[in-house]
Each structure stands twice: as C-alpha cells, then as structure tokens.
Design a protein around this ligand. Structure first.
Ligand SMILES: O=C(O)[C@@H](CO)OP(=O)(O)O
Ligand SMILES: [Mn+2]
Ligand SMILES: [Mn+2]
Length: 559
C-alpha cells in the first residue's frame, strides 16, 4: 500500500450495524481436546462455555492457535500469549521472535548487525555474559539458539563466556532442567577445548529468579541481579549440574522455582559476576519476562531495588523488548514490525475501547494486543484497567485469581455504555495450568466460566454482542501423552504432568442479543486461526477489515 493514499477510515460493513457494545473475552490457556480426566476444562463445571458450544452450532467453532498460524517456525511450536494476542489484535500473521532469530542465525546476519558489533567491542578485554531461559520450549528462548550464539560469538573473538541460566519446567516438563544443564555443560566443555574460557556462572528457577513480568514483583529480578551481577546467592556450588540436582532433592522443589545459586571456583569466589567492561546479552526473544531485567541493566536512574553496583557494560537484547520505550537500546535481531493493528484502526473509526486484566495478563490485552506497543492510541477513546495480581504465591493456592474482579470491571464498563468494545483476558486456566496442579486447575476453569457468565449477563442487559475465545491451549491437557494418546508414565510409574501450553485449537463463540440474525461462521475458512478474529470483530463493529487482514470468520445469511 502506498503511504500517500493511506487512510485510517474503514469501509462500512454492508449488512452489520455500528455502535453495538461488544465484549471480547480471551480465556488464557483454554484449548479444546478430547474429554478425559486430565482435561481440566472438561472435568470442571463450565456450564456457560458448554452452552456456547452446544447451544448454537453456527456460532461456535475452533481456530488454530499454534505453529504457523501465529507466525511460529513449525507446527510443533505450541502457541503462547505473546504470539496469540499479537495475532488476535493485528489480524495478520507476522513472523515471530523465534523465527526471526532462527533466520538471523542461519544467514549469519545476526553477526553483521549493529547490536552484535556493539557487544563485540567488549570481547578483547571483557567477558560475554549470556542470560536467559534454558530449555527448548520455544516460548521465550531456545537452547539451539543459545548454542549457535555461543559458537558464533566465540568464533568472532569472545574469549571468556559466562552463561546465567534460568531453569524452565513451565514450557517443558518439570525435571528436564537436569538434561538441559548437561547439554549446555557439554557444549561449554567443547568450547573450552578450543581455548575459550566458558562456564555457567549462576542460575535459578524462572518464576523465582529474574523472569517476573509487568512489574508484578521486583524481588524476583533482584534475586537474579544479586546472582548474575553481584555474584551473590544463598546457594553456592562448584558446578551447575550439581546445583540443579542438589536443589531438586527438596521434595517441594521444581524447576520453575529453584532458588538462586552461583557457581564458585576453588577459591570460593563466584566465577562470573558482571563487571565494568563486560558485554551482556539477554538471550530470550520474548519480551514480557525480560523487560524488567533490561531496565535494571540499562537505566542509569533506577529505584526498583538497590543494585549495589551498576556496572558499565555493553548490553544487547536478543530482540528489542519494548518498541515504545526503545528498550533495550541495542538488540541482535530486529523485531517484527506490527503496524495498523485493529485497535488502532477502530480507535480512528470512533470505537471506544475498555481493556482489563490482572497484572499477570494485563500487557496481553494491551501491549501484545496492540502490536507490542505501550500506552493508548487515543487516551480519550480508551481506558485500560489493571487489577493487581496476588504476588508471592503460586497460583494453585488462589486458583480463582482475580477473575471475578476482572468480570466486575467489565460488567461495569458494559453497563456504563461508554464503550463499544470491552476486552478482557481471564488468566486462570493458563496460570494455574502452569502449576501442574490438576485439582486447582479445575477450580480455575470453573472460576473463569463464572466470570464469563457475569460478562455475558451484562451484554444481555445492554443488547450487545459477545465474542469469547482463547489465545492457546493449556488446561485442556495436563499430561504428557504417548503416541496412542494415553498418559505417559515416568520410571516410578507416576503420570508425567504437563505444565506447558499445547498444540490444541481454541474455541471461538459469538452471540448476544445485538448480533444480527443470520450472522454465522463461514464454512469456507476451515484453517482459520487467531489472526482471523480481528476482521471478524471489525465486522461486528460494523466495518469491513482492511484488505490485507486475514479474512473474516463470519457471514450474514439472508433470512
Ligand atoms: O508464563 C509465561 O511466560 C508463558 C509460558 O512460558 O505463558 P503465556 O504465554 O500464557 O504468558
Ligand atoms: Mn496465554
Ligand atoms: Mn501461559
């Protein structure tokens, strides 16, 4: 499209009216799978979601939420919130973080870029620190990318490398940290054979060390800082393998929450604190759980915790984590440029929007939804409300989370009639699903269903429309499966709990008294995915989507 003729004005939908109140509900981590005892959505009492499925077959369907449908490298990549909400809001499929990094590494372009050339200046006299999630989950980072980067950097002059690992257990099986550390140790020892001084320097579980998000709990980042930068932690080990194995012996231990540790040498001193003159790369491609650390590493003025020491380093992110804040200033791979999102269009076309979730998912319905952009498009047309999440607990302790509070805010926004779109994310099925606690996840799914009910009741009162969907699967499958689909057992005969997202499709349901008769899902978009939702919602607001958007899922039958 030429920029000269560009206009934000959307064409009118030939059949659908403007001005309806639309509730747009995203159930986080709510996929569709065979009903069995490990499908918490099936086990839970979810009368509202059930009735949407069975009550109006023309107005309920499944959409794809993983792999290529959301811009990920392969069909084996499970969906996640970032790519899911990007697709929902942008209405088009963008090559996403993981894929962009793959391409840059494969072509070698990553090493020609400004970011790499900047950190390279430290290689002669300083250490290269690589900080990130250690797994092949592919949601925030990938082991193979770390391996390629270590190799590439050492071939280009890095003489001293320190890796600061964050164990996963959330996007991969709990307990898999041991294997990943073994693999990494093996790579590092090969690098040492080539004369590079390469070691793991520190570690900790991702949910307890470093990878907090949306400023929920800065103490998480501080624990990481102390280990990575200051070389201080409650646990000291000679080797990372020893660390992970020993810390996992605590019966309550799991990979997501391992306490911070540092690796020390024979002299008892930390082998890899970050000091003046060093280079640092945060190797996660995904933004939400790296932004806080990026701020701590980059901001001169910083008051979130006492950094004690603020080393003068050359720092780059794997990607840019926040385009609006320009954070970090340097990065190895350029982010997808997501422009002209549905939110921006609708704002230009008079659609007033309210968006709400609790802290852990607030950025999902705002920042990710809006193409990785912070803030309002037009503060007079939009209101975003964040409900503080519980902090310092794992969510199986409070599986209802803030679902009710989110629903109340949405209800009030709907009844106020001030907004045309009321958009929420209900986090329960995802956040509790990640804990692997099946009982609690059942409670979580029920709570989300009750929240949906409250919002649909409000839509009923104002004669509005609802769109209920999800961003990817999670709670609908809580076990690792064998090829036949049965649960996989570990060597002690226990089922292997699946804490991660899944490859399952997600439901989308439309309805409400404001929905014009005759509106139904088309039959000719069988491969429809999350990116088709934006055009659908634009139609329901009375507009046609821009021509380069993925096609709408609905049609209006004449009757
Ligand atoms: O918690 C997270 O960071 C991811 C899983 O790694 O979940 P989601 O994509 O649903 O935010
Ligand atoms: Mn999600
Ligand atoms: Mn999740």
């Amino acid at each position: 499209m030429g920029t000269s003729g560009f206009s934000w004005k959307l064409e009118d939908h030939p059949k659908l009216e403007k001005g309806k109140v639309i509730a747009l509900i995203v159930l986080d981590g709510w996929g569709e799978a065979n009903p069995d005892q490990y499908n918490c959505i099936h086990v839970a009492e979810t009368p509202v979601m059930d009735s949407l499925k069975t009550g109006a077959p023309d107005r309920w369907r499944l959409v794809r939420a993983h792999g290529k449908a959301v811009g990920l490298p392969t069909e084996d990549d499970m969906g996640n919130s970032e790519v899911g909400h990007n697709a929902l809001g942008a209405g088009r499929i963008y090559a996403q973080g993981a894929k962009l990094v793959d391409l840059a590494l494969a072509s070698g372009k990553i090493y020609d870029g400004e970011g790499f050339n900047y950190i390279k200046e430290s290689f002669e006299t300083g250490t290269l620190h690589l900080i990130g999630l250690l797994s092949d989950g592919g949601v925030h980072s990938r082991l193979d990318q770390l391996q390629l980067l270590m190799k590439g950097a050492s071939e280009r002059g890095a003489k001293r490398i320190r890796v600061h690992i964050l164990t996963d257990g959330r996007d991969v099986l709990d307990g898999s940290s041991v294997g990943f550390v073994e693999t990494l140790e093996n790579d590092l020892s090969k690098l040492r054979e080539t004369g590079v001084d390469a070691q793991i320097a520190s570690g900790g579980g991702r949910m307890y060390v470093t990878m907090d998000r949306y400023e929920n709990d800065w103490s998480v980042v501080k624990r990481g800082w102390d280990a990575q930068v200051l070389g201080e932690a409650p646990y000291k080990f000679k080797s990372a393998l020893d660390a992970v194995k020993t810390l996992r012996q605590d019966p309550k231990a799991n990979d997501q929450y391992l306490p911070p540790f540092v690796i020390v040498g024979e002299d008892g001193k930390a082998v890899g604190p970050i000091v003046d003159g060093d280079a640092v790369v945060t190797v996660n491609f995904r933004a939400d759980r790296m932004t806080m650390l990026a701020k701590a590493l980059e901001y001169e003025n910083f008051d979130k915790f006492d950094r004690v020491r603020f080393p003068k380093i050359r720092y780059a992110g794997m990607l840019e984590y926040d385009g609006e804040l320009k954070l970090p200033k340097r990065y190895l791979v350029s982010p997808p440029e997501i422009e002209r999102t549905s939110g921006e269009y609708l704002t230009h076309n008079g659609v007033r929007t309210f968006a709400c979730s609790e802290t852990v998912k607030f950025g999902h319905v705002t920042f990710f939804w809006n193409g990785n952009r912070s803030g309002y498009f037009n503060a007079e047309m939009e209101e975003y409300v964040e409900i503080p999440s519980d902090s310092g607990i794992t969510f199986n302790e409070q599986p209802k989370m803030k679902a009710l509070e989110i629903a109340e805010k949405a209800r009030d926004a709907i009844l106020s009639r001030k907004f045309h779109q009321v958009r929420v994310n209900l986090p329960n099925s995802d956040m509790v699903g990640h804990t692997g606690d099946i009982k609690a996840t059942v409670v979580a799914c029920k709570a989300a269903d009750e929240a949906v009910k409250m919002i649909l009741d409000a839509i009923e009162q104002v004669g509005g429309i609802y769109v209920v969907t999800a961003d990817h699967g999670n709670a609908e499958d809580m076990v690792k499966r064998n090829k036949k689909g049965g649960p996989l057992l570990d060597k002690d005969g226990n089922i292997q709990i699946l804490t991660s997202h899944t490859l399952q499709p997600v439901p989308i349901a439309i309805g409400g008294p404001g929905l014009a008769p005759g509106v139904r899902f088309r039959k000719d978009v069988p491969e429809g995915g999350l990116a088709n939702v934006a055009a659908t919602v634009m139609n329901l607001h009375g507009f046609l989507a821009p021509s380069d958007y993925e096609t709408t899922l609905i049609e209006v039958a004449d009757n």
